[in-house]
Unconditional design. Structure first.
Length: 306
């Protein structure tokens, strides 16, 4: 039990650094660490897109786009997203902007993303059984939502011709990728997005520090039946501090399990911020936000009723 006690103490102290207004250097360091964790995922995503753009024919490109959705895409995205960090959600945003994966797969990744929820629950030995229940529920919700999204898009033919989507990312950023190899191009795109993510994490980390966990906890505790709605909105904050807060509040009994599910389903980490940065179709971006938020709220409310 000493291991779990020490682990819990160390992790909670680290998590609460997000909410300590006096620890600005700690907040900045945490933002840097959180941003750096995503570098491998971002680089691999851009490397894949650069490879598709410069070294494959149209047949392979169309094959990847076709197999990047449906049941297989949603299931793969849901499983990848539940790994405890939001690197996959950031990578998925880039892959969707390049039309390598479908909107349904993107939705599945966003909904299943748990960010820091699993490590926080691991810090509470008495809640070990909750981890598997949370992961399973989020995967099921993510797969169903992803398949439903792709089905609706296919039925109503909402997808446009995106044959040049990958190339447009390079054109819009004016990076001159065509003059360099895929490794240089991928690295340059990765660093550009990394700087953007770092800025977002620093700003949101400072805001969350000033807001304070106690104030948010008290606010959520007074919401009653509206708790899943508020938790879902809080979960949209593109920063790991949101998932830490929601999970800690649930572990402390301040919010219900349904509210925790609502907040963690809508909490795609920094993935949503990256989506707005890389994908120029604002309607698609807003649709992604609306999909994960409504899915989280509805599922969370249903769970509380049951």
């Amino acid at each position: 039990m000493n291991f779990f006690t020490d682990f819990r103490t160390a992790y909670i102290l680290s998590a609460h650094a997000h909410f300590s207004g006096a620890d600005i250097p700690g907040t900045l360091l945490e933002a840097l660490i959180d941003s750096a964790k995503m570098l491998p995922f971002l680089f691999l995503a851009f490397l894949l897109m650069e490879f598709i753009e410069h070294h494959t024919g149209e047949r392979l490109e169309k094959f990847l786009r076709k197999t990047g959705g449906g049941i297989a895409g949603s299931l793969t995205g849901a499983i990848a997203g539940c790994i405890p960090q939001c690197g996959f959600s950031a990578a998925a945003a880039n892959l969707f902007a390049g039309r390598v994966i479908t909107f349904g797969t993107l939705t599945a990744v966003f909904i299943s993303t748990s960010d820091e929820a699993i490590p926080v629950l691991l810090a509470h030995p008495d809640m070990a059984s909750t981890i598997w229940k949370l992961i399973l529920i989020k995967i099921v919700i993510a797969v169903i939502a992803g398949i439903a999204a792709d089905t609706v898009i296919k039925i109503f033919r909402l997808n446009k011709n995106d044959d040049d989507a990958i190339g447009e990312i390079c054109t819009d950023s004016k990076c001159g990728c065509g003059d360099h190899g895929i490794w240089y191009s991928s690295l340059r795109h990765t660093l550009n997005i990394f700087i953007f993510i770092l800025i977002v994490n620093v700003i949101l980390g400072l805001i969350m520090s000033l807001a304070g966990e106690e104030a948010v906890s008290a606010f959520l505790g007074k919401m009653g039946i509206l708790q899943p709605v508020v938790a879902g909105i809080v979960g949209l904050i593109p920063n790991c501090a949101a998932s830490v807060m929601i999970t800690e509040l649930y572990a402390d009994g301040a919010i219900t399990f349904g509210s925790a599910v609502a907040g963690l389903c809508s909490g795609a980490g920094v993935g949503l911020a990256v989506l707005f940065r890389t994908n120029k179709n604002i309607r698609e971006n807003l649709a992604a936000v609306g999909t994960v938020l409504l899915t989280g709220i509805i599922c969370g409310a249903v769970i509380d009723l049951l």
